[in-house]
Design a protein around this ligand. Structure first.
Ligand SMILES: Cc1cc2nc3c(=O)[nH]c(=O)nc-3n(C[C@H](O)[C@H](O)[C@H](O)COP(=O)(O)OP(=O)(O)OC[C@H]3O[C@@H](n4cnc5c(N)ncnc54)[C@H](O)[C@@H]3O)c2cc1C
Ligand code: FES
Ligand code: FES
Length: 492
């Protein structure tokens, strides 16, 4: 099988071949220490502050469309993960600016006094540069949404927002015109066809480019650590809580990038990012809102939905959302020719334990989007609105029966943060399905729900607080549903 033992990417237009121990360097260390590109800063090293923001374009294997440049956090990824990409750092912006001038974003930051100590500034500039790739920056709220992954501790945000809104977009060249020219794109597509077998004696990095190769590797090394975007793994590694001896990256497998939408059915592969999932849900407004409170643009542009599901954190945000939509997981098994399918409600077995058997991995996820007559609600309670981990999160779904709107023909009540796994309140659901919705049954449902959860106390919230939050969110949802008129929702 032809393969390579290096990863290949462009860095500000320079062709980089990295191999051996270099594969496992933090991208920020590689940029700052090996390449002398110290404009990219490191503050938190956890993906939280955005000081390390760089732009990345990655042509998806099997997809002929031109990729866009997106902001990502360089501090939580390793060099190997940049394979087959084009990267632009703050130093690279110079070539997108008019000759011998600052980039229009930098010029606006100076003019509007958008920096004091300046440590966060390259990160802000890069996030705004990513936003500018999609079009002019016109609205304050949209600018704020683009900057939820960037923190500034001294300037205050208003001058930065003012700077963003005053940028003269016509003066900046698009990153692709310099950093993803046709020959560069062709080169990246060429290297993607070859799997990677690299690393050192101590740590291996492998990335199969075909399903047959994946099968072979998974059979031989069923315990190798699967790497999607590595946003969970990268933070754990930076904190010294995780080290692997063998990585198997899924980034070269074309089927994992596919999104198929047909009517209400949506089917997407395990390498689909949170941002791409969001785009796929754009036509269903109540679903898209979920992403406003999910991580930051930098994380959403890189992290996968499947990684969020597989990580099996009881407070991950995708599971309650997918549980409420009764999503189905397609599981790749190295020993079987066909994919195994399981409902996500059967996936979580115990704390951080899933139904994945030896060598298996999530291949794809499918779900059905709600119709206008169905109700769907997602809510996340955290200490901070943006870029914070959930204390409790819920996904609720209700479909009225054709004859009686207050009687559910389907009801799914999913909650995270109240037990060792994300879970469905199956007994409460069964009770309401049988008894219908009225003030008495809804009240009873609230107390039955309490019997189904076992929240712990931790720094994000006490057990009592989590119980109260779950009750309030469920009550709010039940109140929003049609109920038997004789009793009325107001009596709940
Ligand atoms: C700053 C920051 C903010 C965050 N905010 C949020 C948030 O608001 N809400 C939230 O829920 N999460 C959040 N996260 C957590 C994380 O970003 C998500 O869980 C993300 O979706 C993980 O995806 P990934 O592709 O990076 O997974 P990875 O880190 O690559 O993988 C996660 C785990 O899943 C395994 N895995 C990956 N792909 C597969 C597969 N196909 N089959 C089987 N196993 C697989 C890996 O081996 C690993 O154990 C945040 C993280 C950071 C750093
Ligand atoms: S250094 Fe804070 S997000 Fe990377
Ligand atoms: S200018 Fe000092 S942290 Fe933002």
């Amino acid at each position: 099988m032809p393969h390579r033992d290096y990863v290949f990417f462009y860095l500000n237009g320079e062709a980089i071949h990295a191999s051996g121990e270099e594969l496992f360097l933090n991208l920020t260390d590689f940029l700052r220490l090996r390449k002398g590109l110290s404009g990219t800063k490191v503050v938190c090293a956890e993906g939280d502050c955005g000081a390390c923001t760089v732009l990345r374009a990655f042509p998806k294997p099997g997809d002929r469309r031109q990729p866009s440049f997106e902001a990502i956090n360089a501090c939580i990824v390793r060099v190997a993960q940049m394979d087959a990409s084009s990267l632009v750092t703050i130093e690279g912006l110079r070539r997108l600016a008019p000759v011998s001038e600052l980039h229009p974003i930098q010029e606006a930051m100076v003019r509007c006094h958008g920096a004091q100590c300046g440590f966060c500034t390259p990160g802000f500039v890069m996030s705004l540069a990513a936003a500018l790739e999609k079009g002019p920056l016109l609205e304050a709220q949209s600018v704020k949404n683009k900057l939820t992954g960037n923190l500034c501790r001294c300037t205050g945000y208003q001058p930065i927002i003012d700077a963003a809104l005053s940028v003269d977009a016509s003066k900046a060249s698009r990153a692709a015109s310099v950093y993803l020219t046709s020959p560069m794109l062709a080169m990246l597509r060429k290297v993607q066809k070859l799997g990677v077998y690299g690393g050192t004696k101590e740590v291996r990095f492998e990335a199969p480019a075909t399903q047959a190769e994946l099968r072979r590797l998974r059979k031989k090394f069923p315990k190798a650590t699967l790497l999607a975007a590595g946003t969970d793994l990268g933070v754990a590694a930076n904190k010294g809580r995780f080290a692997a001896r063998h990585f198997l990256s899924l980034h070269l497998l074309a089927p994992l990038y596919k999104i198929k939408a047909s009517g209400r059915a949506l089917h997407f592969g395990a390498r689909v990012t949170l941002s791409e999932f969001r785009q796929a849900l754009e036509g269903t407004p109540s679903l898209g809102e979920f992403f406003n409170v999910f991580a930051s643009p930098q994380i959403k542009n890189f992290a996968t939905v499947a990684g969020n599901v597989a990580n099996a954190s009881p407070i991950a945000d995708a599971p309650p959302f997918l549980l409420a939509l009764d999503a189905e997981l397609e599981i790749f098994s190295p020993r079987k020719a066909s994919l195994r399918k399981i409902p996500i409600k059967d996936f979580y077995l115990a704390y951080k334990e899933t139904d994945l058997r030896e060598g298996e991995l999530i291949w794809a996820i499918s779900l059905k989007l709600p119709t206008p007559s169905e109700r769907f609600s997602f809510a996340k309670i955290s200490q901070r609105r943006d870029l914070d981990i959930s204390c409790v999160n819920v996904g609720f779904f209700f479909r009225p029966s054709a004859k009686n709107a207050s009687r559910p023909s389907a009801l799914r009540l999913a909650v995270g943060g109240v037990g060792p796994t994300p879970l469905r309140l199956l007994q409460t659901e069964a009770f309401l399905m049988k008894e219908g919705l009225n003030a008495r049954t809804c009240k009873e449902a609230l107390s039955r729900a309490q019997a189904e959860i076992k929240p712990l106390s931790d720094l994000r919230g006490s057990s009592a607080y989590r119980r109260l939050v779950t009750q309030n969110l469920l009550e709010k949802f039940l109140r929003s549903l049609p109920q038997e008129e004789s009793l009325g929702a107001g009596q709940l």
